[in-house]
Design a protein around this ligand. Structure first.
Ligand SMILES: O=C(CO)COP(=O)(O)O
Length: 215
């Protein structure tokens, strides 16, 4: 089981608040033995990684060193302390060739890669690029509190089936997940972990929210 907490650009997941969520995530991982990682904005990566929590970037660009103003270089992300990156989140979508470039650039600096996809077919397409994991997140459920594992369970089972035809890439899922029950349903459907944002970041107690998700 892997819980990846995406802080997005929520105010409650930025700057000092990002560090507080990260410390809570680190403690929850230590206390429960469940793998928990946090994905802050790039500018907060170093401070979040210094808490000791496993730290993912929200994305990197498929570029090398040189003249790419405004781009996020995977090497800079790794030096800031991140050990992995999301790619192709539905709020930051890439074309297939861009995903491939970003995957290769991330691999060059040994970043773990979780590629998001909107549906089972896209999940199978990105699985062919052999990321470390695929995360299926139906965009219409993101941020709604209506969990993919209950509202649209076929998306998870179909994704697991389609991906397994292509590679042995593990499948994660996300969108609307807010409780331990939602996580349990996702795992029963074949997911190996979940991506969660608003259910943790916007909660009064991110620690309690994460504990509920993993226990
Ligand atoms: O987009 C998500 C995680 O990457 C899911 O967002 P919510 O948990 O807010 O639905």
């Amino acid at each position: 089981m892997f819980l990846l907490v995406n802080l997005k650009t929520y105010e409650a997941g930025t700057g000092d608040a990002a560090v507080r969520v990260a410390e809570a995530a680190r403690d929850v991982a230590d206390e429960t033995g469940v793998r928990v990682a946090v994905a802050p904005q790039a500018v907060d990566l170093r401070a979040v990684a210094e808490t000791g929590v496993e730290t993912f970037a929200q994305g990197v660009d498929g570029i090398g060193y040189g003249s790419s103003t405004g781009a996020i270089h995977p090497g800079a992300i790794a030096r800031a302390g991140a050990t992995g990156t999301l790619l192709n989140h539905s709020e930051r979508r890439l074309r297939l060739a861009g995903i491939d470039d970003a995957l290769n650039a991330a691999r060059d600096v040994s970043l773990e890669t979780v590629v998001c996809a909107n549906n089972p077919a896209q999940s199978a397409a990105v699985a062919a690029l052999e990321p470390d994991a695929v995360a299926v997140e139906p965009p219409e459920l993101i941020g709604t509190g209506t969990p993919v594992s209950k509202a649209d369970p076929d998306i998870i089972t179909d994704t697991v089936d389609r991906v397994s035809e292509v590679s042995d890439t593990p499948v994660l899922c996300g969108a609307g997940i807010t409780s331990g029950d939602d996580v349990e349903s996702a795992l029963e459907l074949g997911a190996e972990g979940v991506l969660v944002a608003s259910g943790v970041v916007k909660s009064e107690s991110p620690r309690d929210a994460m504990l509920d998700l993993v226990t």
